[in-house]
Write a protein that binds this ligand. Structure first.
Ligand SMILES: Nc1nc2c(c(=O)[nH]1)N[C@H]1C(S)=C(S)[C@@H](COP(=O)(O)OP(=O)(O)OC[C@H]3O[C@@H](n4cnc5c(=O)[nH]c(N)nc54)[C@H](O)[C@@H]3O)O[C@H]1N2
Ligand SMILES: Nc1nc2c(c(=O)[nH]1)N[C@H]1C(S)=C(S)[C@@H](COP(=O)(O)OP(=O)(O)OC[C@H]3O[C@@H](n4cnc5c(=O)[nH]c(N)nc54)[C@H](O)[C@@H]3O)O[C@H]1N2
Ligand code: SF4
Ligand SMILES: [Mo]
Length: 792
């Protein structure tokens, strides 16, 4: 059983309605376009006999950024020819990374799924036959209808990954089927949500380091101030470019004089160029943050005025930090205390300063308290919502952010069914402004045979997101019907799906990039290959069957007036409605290009953060809560606290003896987005094999040479990757890649594109933190040894 469940709370106590959804604060409130910038070029023009169309890149294939891109297409056929970075786009300013540069090989890849298909052999046999769209959608309708009516809507689970513009669609599709259950396979939903839910509950909104990305004028905006210091904490942005952040902005700021502190167990490029590198033991970030808080408070370097006027629970926080000695912090984190003191002083005395935090914060089981401790650092130093500090993102132009997974899906199913969302009772933080079901519990439901139907859209679960892969793999064999939507066949689809449908790429589809602070259109810049349709169009068309089925809607008790879950005649109508708060139609937005608003700093002084228009923050106390009143109410420790990773030198010394290396997983490579791109020749050439970083001295002790295939093993399982010897990683640690499968291998059972061979997630546990958020994906134990000749 998943542990740490807390008692059921009354729904009335907890915000779930759209009005209360604090993530999207500002939604529905029209804002003015910043008149200082306009895209200088038309939306479409001809060049050298080709049509050039401006668009934004979001999935598929996956990416978090939405860079501005110019797509060149054939005048006659509309087919994709090439893409280039849009030099006039303020966001990426012409830059492109390898995945966009290699995109042509995605668009025209011979393995792309181009027609709907039905499985004809056994599940996993790899035998499929082409069917029409009508057959595919009708089958989905009949099966999901039958399952929903027979077992209840909640027996249908809709699975998604990180893909961006379509996140809300997967949730909405679940609701169309009568189900409240939408989620990804990731234990503890350990990607962003630990940080996000912490920010929603104690900051009343979501914050990001301000590197001028809120303004189209960028570094030239007179209001923006370059940070004097930034901490890059558990993030490797020069490779990952995570949401609304491009890594090279850090180097731009460094050129403008910004000091860099890196909190990173590896010597990444940024760590190597940092003023101070805190090379901590993985999973000990909360201790380090509390240690820095202690120094800042003890040395009276905090912002008294801000703390007194705008925060709640500072004394309790101070007391918690003071319980620690720096010797303890040093012993726990492996960071010399002098460095901790130096970093705390540098950060606290730089104005403004900010934190570029990343996935490593989420990927420890106590990701929520860790996020709370780090956020307290930027808050006590007075860096909240000031130029160059940590700034609130808001709904762009008043448009709800579809990537929040929540656009418009608050009341399409009745209240009774909403409460059947898995984890609803046990993990109240999942209800707070979020729509996901709790993945670790969903796995148990699936294992127990309670899940009868599955919709997979944007997920390659068993090759990428799931820990204890075999459990998920076995569990996914159980549902009666599984349908999937993807651009490529994957081990997940091959192992369990009954129907698969082809989806359009970012270059082909219409969609909206409404994310963080800016709004732009994805413009269908080239013709679609085969019969691929956009996610939105697939969902819209499938939904029509359900929406026109009175008997179904009556049987599932659809709320009054909500029978039409997708009440739009075309996908462009969907986007018209999404962007409507901005005052644009979708096509006007296409023409206009990226829309920037004038960013307002210190919103909390101006009454712009709270629904009632009062100064302060949208939290129960109206203040930033170091001491969380909501955590207290749910029975959690209201303050940041330290807890060692579930498996590690301190928690499990016996396992440490047998598995003496600490394992980091999932450090990104520019060539791939998670499990994607392995079949793209240009990109595979950059990283032909899965690699594991090992320190040369450690490798020498283990008789491992550069390029050797090695087994990485622990008590949960093993997989093999190729040794990359590098001083980038600590002697007592290794760093292994995630998401590996081999599209070139046999796709049928039992091989399934070799998804077990190098899949590091087989060594990881499904074990969420107390709040249901966070899991130890970047801090566990293993041993490494050379593969034998005959094993290769
Ligand atoms: N060990 C370890 N495991 C990890 C991580 C780690 O750091 N370490 N990181 C985790 C994190 S943070 C995340 S977010 C997950 C990501 O996990 P996923 O989101 O599942 O990863 P992807 O492989 O990018 O995408 C899954 C599938 O979606 C398809 N796809 C992409 N875009 C679209 C689209 O627009 N529409 C449709 N229909 N399909 C699309 C792709 O072709 C692919 O087959 O992985 C997690 N796994
Ligand atoms: N090219 C590419 N870009 C991507 C993705 C991709 O798959 N490929 N995935 C996207 C997704 S979904 C996400 S969530 C983002 C994530 O992007 P990031 O937040 O940058 O996450 P990672 O690259 O996984 O890890 C960041 C760093 O944390 C370090 N680290 C590991 N353990 C710890 C620890 O315990 N403490 C600290 N302080 N640091 C630690 C790692 O060494 C690594 O350098 O990237 C996105 N961008
Ligand atoms: S792949 Fe790179 S260039 Fe393309 S949108 Fe993503 S971050 Fe931008
Ligand atoms: Mo992620």
């Amino acid at each position: 059983m998943v542990e740490n469940a807390v008692a059921e709370k009354d729904r009335d106590e907890i915000g779930t309605s759209k009005e209360e959804n604090q993530f999207n604060f500002g939604a529905g409130k029209r804002q003015e376009v910043d008149p200082r910038w306009k895209h200088p070029k038309p939306f479409q023009y001809e060049e050298d006999g080709m049509v050039v169309t401006r668009t934004s890149v979001w999935s598929a294939p996956g990416c978090h950024e939405g860079c501005g891109v110019l797509v060149y297409s054939d005048k006659e056929t509309g087919k994709f020819i090439k893409c280039e970075g849009d030099p006039d786009d303020p966001y990426n300013r012409g830059a492109l990374c390898p995945r966009c540069l290699a995109f042509k090989q995605v668009e025209f890849h011979p393995d792309r799924i181009l027609h709907p298909m039905r499985r004809v052999g056994e599940r996993g046999s790899g035998q499929w036959e082409r069917i029409t769209w009508d057959e595919a959608l009708e089958t989905c309708y009949k099966e999901f209808r039958r399952i929903s009516m027979t077992y209840g809507g909640d027996s249908i689970h809709c699975l998604r990954g990180t893909a961006r513009d379509n996140q809300w669609q997967v949730g909405r599709m679940a609701n169309t089927f009568g189900s409240p259950n939408e989620y990804g396979f990731l234990s503890g939903t350990a990607c962003y949500l630990p940080r996000l839910s912490l920010m929603i509950m104690t900051y009343g909104g979501m914050l990001i380091a301000d590197f001028s990305q809120f303004s189209a004028l960028r570094y030239d905006d007179p209001e923006w101030v370059c940070p004097e210091c930034t901490i890059v904490w558990g993030c490797n942005p020069t490779i990952s470019n995570p949401d609304f952040f491009m890594g090279h902005w850090v180097t731009d700021a460094m050129k403008l004089g910004c000091k860099l502190i890196s909190v990173e167990p590896r010597v990444t490029w940024l760590a190597a160029h940092a003023d101070i590198h805190l090379q901590l033991r993985p999973g000990t970030d909360t201790g380090l943050a509390l240690g820095m808080i202690k120094v800042i408070i003890d040395e009276d370097l905090y912002d008294h005025d801000f703390v007194e006027r705008w925060t709640y629970g500072f004394d309790e926080l101070a007391e918690r930090a003071r319980e620690l000695s720096l010797d303890q912090v040093e012993a726990m984190t492996w960071v010399p205390k002098e460095k901790i003191v130096a970093a705390a002083r540098l950060f606290a005395t730089s104005k403004p300063a900010n934190v570029v935090w990343g996935l490593a914060v989420d990927m420890q089981s106590q990701g929520t308290p860790c996020a709370a401790a780090i956020a307290a650092l930027w808050t006590i130093t007075g860096n909240l919502d000031v130029p160059g500090g940590m700034c609130y993102t808001a709904s762009p132009m008043g448009v709800d952010q579809p990537s929040a997974g929540a656009w418009g899906i608050y009341d399409l199913i009745n209240e009774e069914m909403q409460k059947k969302r898995v984890g609803w009772k046990e993990f109240p933080m999942y209800r707070y402004g979020l729509t996901q079901a709790m993945p670790d519990m969903c796995l148990e439901y699936m294992e127990e045979g309670k899940v009868k139907g599955v919709w997979i859209q944007t997920s390659n679960g068993i090759a990428c997101m799931s820990c204890e892969t075999e459990r998920w793999y076995q569990a996914m064999k159980k549902p009666e019907f599984i349908a999937a939507v993807d651009i490529f066949m994957t081990p997940t689809i091959q192992s369990c799906a009954d129907i698969v449908m082809p989806v359009q790429t970012w270059a082909e589809k219409h969609s909206v990039r409404a994310h963080y602070y800016f709004l732009s259109a994805i413009t269908g810049a080239c013709a679609a290959e085969g019969e691929a349709k956009s996610d939105c169009e697939i969902n819209r068309e499938l939904a029509q069957y359900f929406d026109n089925d009175d008997e179904f809607n009556q049987a599932i008790g659809r709320p009054e007036g909500k029978q039409r879950t997708w009440p739009w005649a075309t996908e462009d109508e969907v986007y018209d409605e999404i962007v409507s708060p901005s005052g644009f139609t979708f096509h006007e937005l296409m023409e206009h290009g990226p829309v920037y608003q004038k960013y307002v700093y210190k919103k909390y002084e101006k009454g712009l953060m709270r629904p009632d228009g009062q100064p302060g923050f949208n939290t129960p106390t109206g203040r930033i809560e170091f001491y969380s009143t909501l955590f207290e109410k749910f029975g959690y420790d209201p303050l940041p606290y330290i807890e060692e990773p579930g498996i590690g030198p301190v928690t499990t010394p016996d396992l440490y003896e047998e598995y003496p290396l600490i394992m980091i997983t999932g450090a990104r490579a520019t060539s791939f987005f998670h499990s994607e791109h392995r079949q793209i020749p240009y990109l595979r050439q950059l990283t032909p094999d899965p690699w594991v970083q090992i320190h040369p001295r450690t490798a020498k002790d283990l008789n491992i040479s550069e390029g050797d295939w090695v087994w990485i093993e622990n008590h949960r399982g093993r997989c093999r990757q190729r040794a990359r010897l590098t001083f980038e990683v600590h002697e007592k640690e290794i760093a292994a890649q995630h998401g590996w499968w081999f599209p070139e291998q046999d796709g049928a059972e039992p091989n399934l594109y070799g998804f077990r061979q190098s899949n590091i997630n087989q060594l990881l546990a499904n074990k969420p933190g107390t709040t249901g958020f966070g899991a130890d994906l970047k801090c566990t134990l293993c041993k490494v040894y050379r593969c034998k000749e005959e094993e290769l």
